[in-house]
Design a protein around this ligand. Structure first.
Ligand code: PLP
Length: 507
């Protein structure tokens, strides 16, 4: 362990100006040159449509490469070195998922619309953090505008509804659960404890882990999570959900919120929101819809029907950094009754919250979102909406969803592939079951195929367990991907499977 030496270095003359290097780091010409060089680097992947997957680098090698790029200077400010910046950018780009490539199908990440990336960069430079109007004026207004624009697509009255941005879908789900709990147990924030009542939440069996994590953070134990059974399409089975809620009540649980999914992470399934809203009314529950993945389908006239009934929800999580192709995080949390958004956090802090809010403070979101300093994450989305309108999003979303549907059709005609669901969004899960593969080996085989395909470097796909058996998972995010690329992927999977069977690696 090294000791911190508490003897100070001899002080510089009082109020001595900083060294020249500080001024140079802020130099406008230097900024323009660096920004130009970085932009030139980033333009490359936009035009490189080669079919590429993920190239995983050995972490030790990458650490060494990163260390080699660091200046050894400690006492002086090292001068700007364009070659070093170029090498850093090169490493940054090379180790990223090639999100613009038709081969990148592994996760819900997409290549962002370049203008949205530019605005994210602008956000870093302008520095308008967004929780308080006085610090982030345009982001606060843009947040309100987007709340109204997208709130209308949900079917809500803009005068009553509210939206706050928050750093990711996981945090939005936690925030919504807090607001739901505040409605059911208004004294809890102040007094703590629930006087023997056991607050509980009901979730679909395929709910994203962030939902049950949020419950855990709130002190809602595993045994207070009521997992609702799914139907054959992996949607909450409404007929069995009612009895499950009744059984929870008999166990002494006070369910206050039902979390439905609009686009599950595993297969992109949409829960029947209309029927679930009826069930929630009957049981006096808050209906929260986790639409982190699928809420964006509301932008498309062709696809918005997937969220039928969302207008009856109390709250909705919507990640724009998934299917609206803007930099992460950009999450919006919507409330049908805007006043409920004040329930999640109830605090006083004289340095930020005004006792008598004026017309400026009325636009503050700090009382309603977890963050104090919050990225102006709405700006890239609002800018795209302002510049191009909703059709930009609708057309891209429709392309990737149609592609998933057509790829499913392709699979149905292939005897050595098993389609495990009919895609409702842009996620397609399936299994490869070549002749000669024994039934007990199917699970391990999918994992082995996935790893081999990933190692091959042409396609990046993921995997997910469905009813205890692994399936391959393709998330179609790029508008460059076509059915021919899906055919190439299937050929690659077949090659991987053949090699594994030949090696006996399936057992
Ligand atoms: C359905 C769903 N909910 C929540 C999340 C979490 O969102 P985030 O990654 O923005 O925290 C995800 C992420 O994949 C998701 O698919």
């Amino acid at each position: 362990m090294t000791q911190i030496d508490d003897r100070c270095a001899a002080p510089a003359a009082p109020s001595a100006p900083p060294g020249e290097g500080v001024g140079e780091a802020f130099d406008a010409r230097r900024f323009r040159e660096s920004a130009g060089a970085v932009a030139a680097r980033l333009a490359g992947p936009l035009t490189d449509l080669s079919v590429r997957g993920l190239a995983l680098t050995d972490p030790a090698e990458l650490t060494a490469a990163a260390r080699a790029l660091m200046t050894a200077e400690r006492d002086r400010i090292a001068p700007h070195d364009p070659a070093r910046l170029d090498a850093i950018m090169d490493l940054y780009v090379r180790t990223g998922i090639p999100v613009h490539s038709p081969g990148a199908m592994g996760r819900q990440f997409s290549g962002v619309v370049p203008l949205a990336g530019v605005m994210d960069f602008a956000g870093a430079m302008v520095s308008q953090p967004a929780s308080f109007y006085e610090a982030g004026q345009l982001p606060s207004v843009a947040e309100r505008i987007m709340g109204e624009e997208l709130g209308r697509l949900i079917g809500w009255d803009p005068a009553a509804a509210a939206m706050v941005t928050t750093s990711g879908g996981s945090l939005a789900n936690l925030t919504a659960l807090l607001a739901a709990r505040a409605r059911a147990f208004p004294a809890l924030w102040t007094r703590g404890g629930t006087d023997g009542v056991r607050p509980a939440v009901a979730v679909g069996a395929d709910a994203h882990y962030s939902v049950t994590r949020a419950a855990g953070v709130m002190g809602i134990g595993e045994t207070q999570i009521v997992r609702l059974p799914l139907d054959a399409a992996r949607r909450i089975d409404v007929r069995r959900a009612g009895p499950a809620l009744a059984a929870a009540r008999r166990r002494g649980l006070s369910v206050f919120c039902l979390v439905a999914s609009a686009g599950t992470t595993s297969v992109g399934a949409f829960d029947p929101l209309d029927e679930l809203a009826g069930l929630c009314r009957e049981h006096g529950l808050w209906l929260h819809v986790d639409g982190a993945h699928g809420a964006s389908l509301l932008v498309s006239g062709e696809l918005r029907g997937r969220l039928r009934g969302v207008e009856h929800a109390d709250s909705l999580t919507w990640d724009a950094h998934k299917l609206m192709f803007v930099p992460a995080p950009c999450t919006m949390l919507f409330y049908r009754d805007g006043a409920r958004s004040l329930g999640a956090f109830r605090q006083r802090a004289s340095y930020v919250f005004d006792e008598e809010p004026d017309e400026y403070a009325a636009l503050d979101s700090g009382g309603r979102n977890f963050e104090c300093t919050k990225r102006p994450m709405i700006m890239p989305l609002w800018t795209l909406w302002a510049m191009h309108g909703p059709a930009l999003f609708a057309q891209k979303i429709e392309h990737v969803c149609r592609l998933a549907r057509d790829a499913h059709g392709l699979l149905l005609a292939e005897p050595d592939f098993e389609a495990v669901h009919a895609p409702q969004a842009n996620i397609l899960c399936f299994r490869h079951r070549p002749r000669g593969l024994a039934a007990p080996d199917v699970h391990r085989f999918q994992n082995a195929v996935r790893n081999r395909v990933r190692g091959g470097g042409s396609f990046f796909i993921s995997k997910v367990d469905i009813d205890g058996t692994a399936a391959l998972r393709a998330v179609l995010m790029s508008h460059h991907t076509t059915l021919d690329h899906v055919r190439m992927l299937l050929a690659e999977i077949r090659d991987a499977g053949r090699a594994l069977l030949a090696e006996g690696a399936d057992r």
